[in-house]
Design a protein around this ligand. Structure first.
Ligand code: PSV
Ligand code: MN
Length: 389
């Protein structure tokens, strides 16, 4: 065992990764949404499932909501329900992409009435933050165009800036907004927030309560995400992550499934700056859809993947790395990283769990609990939650 093991175990014990409420509902592609048995019918049942992920991992104590998918009568009541289950409401995610009015965009739409509607939705999300105790608003805009000449590229930036400024003004002292970028989809010619630079420029103008969120599936193939992490972290503008993995585009597969080495490299940049714990202010979240795998185990597996990549990142010997870098020892520096990456950290992470009174294997413990059978039997009738594609 490396002498960084106790430190790694201490950080892992305090790590927190938010689960997305929508991961528990049915999802799919534009070709087919496959329904699964036992899927939640409402946000209350989604929180119950999310609480299971926390129960077996000890690391998923907050749950992201997506409005209007998680719209309820009484948000205070929903927050109390979460607390009774041992979890809390995390980020509030807006949705300005599933209304016919948004065909040509939302906050960047050429028609002021549609922009007003979208802005009002974002303000409603801040009201929901007030009611649930959430401190983070997460904004992703599907806005963009499909054809050259369709709309003014610069004009759309002006409209975006205006709405963002209005929402920023509405935030309370302890609240912030995270702006998410995405290369393309659903727009194919221009996207109004396509990359971290655009998101960063808007956040910089807005002020300290605006930061960038990195969804790991939102880049062109081959983009060096850890560079973006290092840059934003240095600038104090890294607000959080939507973790998932991709083989082609925005696949929303389980984090660490496609490229565990990339996840390690990202987490290494965060470990270098001691930014892995909640005190760093970075919101670590999953943003995934489990189209063909069972949802609760899919989330548990994802948390485990993040924990294992984190453990490897924490084992990197920073002193040896810095010494090799100073000496210009290219191979030596690379070897320090690879030694950590190639360590089997599963026993270390299991020890953290047992130290917290949890089972060493969360997936086995969940399977043995009978919860999956229980919800299949109980959740009959009603309409299953889904993201409505
Ligand atoms: C967009 O693709 C995105 O990553 C945003 O975070 C949305 O809120 C989320 O997916 C919905 O699944
Ligand atoms: Mn996302």
């Amino acid at each position: 065992m490396s002498d960084r093991t106790p430190y790694a175990q201490q950080v892992l014990a305090g790590q927190s990764i938010e689960t997305p409420s929508w991961a528990f509902g049915n999802s799919g592609t534009r070709f087919k949404v496959f329904a699964q048995q036992g899927v939640p019918r409402d946000p209350y049942e989604k929180l119950a499932d999310a609480a299971q992920v926390h129960k077996y991992t000890g690391a998923a104590g907050s749950v992201a909501l997506h409005i209007p998918w998680d719209r309820v009568e009484d948000y205070g009541d929903l927050a109390r329900h979460a607390a009774a289950l041992g979890v809390r409401i995390g980020t509030i995610n807006s949705n300005t992409f599933q209304d016919d009015d948004y065909m040509l965009g939302s906050v960047c739409h050429p028609d002021a009435k549609i922009r007003r509607k979208a802005a009002d939705h974002l303000l409603e999300c801040v009201d929901i933050m007030d009611a649930t105790g959430s401190d983070t608003l997460k904004l992703w805009f599907a806005d963009g165009t499909n054809y050259p000449g369709q709309d003014s590229i610069a004009g759309r930036q002006d409209r975006l800036a205006d709405v963002l400024a209005e929402v920023y003004e509405r935030l309370g002292d302890d609240q912030r907004l995270l702006l998410e970028y995405k290369l393309f989809e659903p727009s194919f010619y221009t996207t109004d927030v396509p990359d971290w630079g655009t998101a960063y420029a808007h956040c910089l103008k807005l002020g300290p309560k605006a930061q960038v969120v990195i969804d790991t599936g939102h880049h062109a193939p081959g983009v060096n995400i850890e560079f973006i992490v290092a840059f934003l972290l240095r600038e104090g503008k890294l607000g959080g992550f939507d973790f998932n993995s991709r083989f082609y585009a925005d696949d929303d597969l389980m984090v660490g499934a496609a490229d565990p080495f990339q996840l390690f490299r990202i987490l290494h940049e965060l470990a270098l700056r001691d930014a892995l714990l909640p005190a760093s202010g970075i919101a670590y979240m999953l943003d995934q859809c489990h189209n063909i795998e069972p949802k609760i185990p899919g989330q548990i597996r994802s948390i485990m993947n993040v924990q294992e990549a984190t453990a490897k990142a924490l084992l990197v010997d920073h002193d040896a790395l810095a010494a090799a870098q100073r000496a210009g020892d290219v191979l030596g520096a690379n070897a320090v990283l690879m030694d950590a990456y190639n360590t089997d950290v599963r026993p270390l992470v299991a020890e953290v769990r047992t130290g917290q009174g949890l089972a060493a294997d969360p997936l086995a413990a969940y399977a043995a609990s009978g919860y999956a059978e229980e919800i299949k039997a109980a959740r009959v009738g009603g309409s299953q939650a889904g993201w409505g594609a």
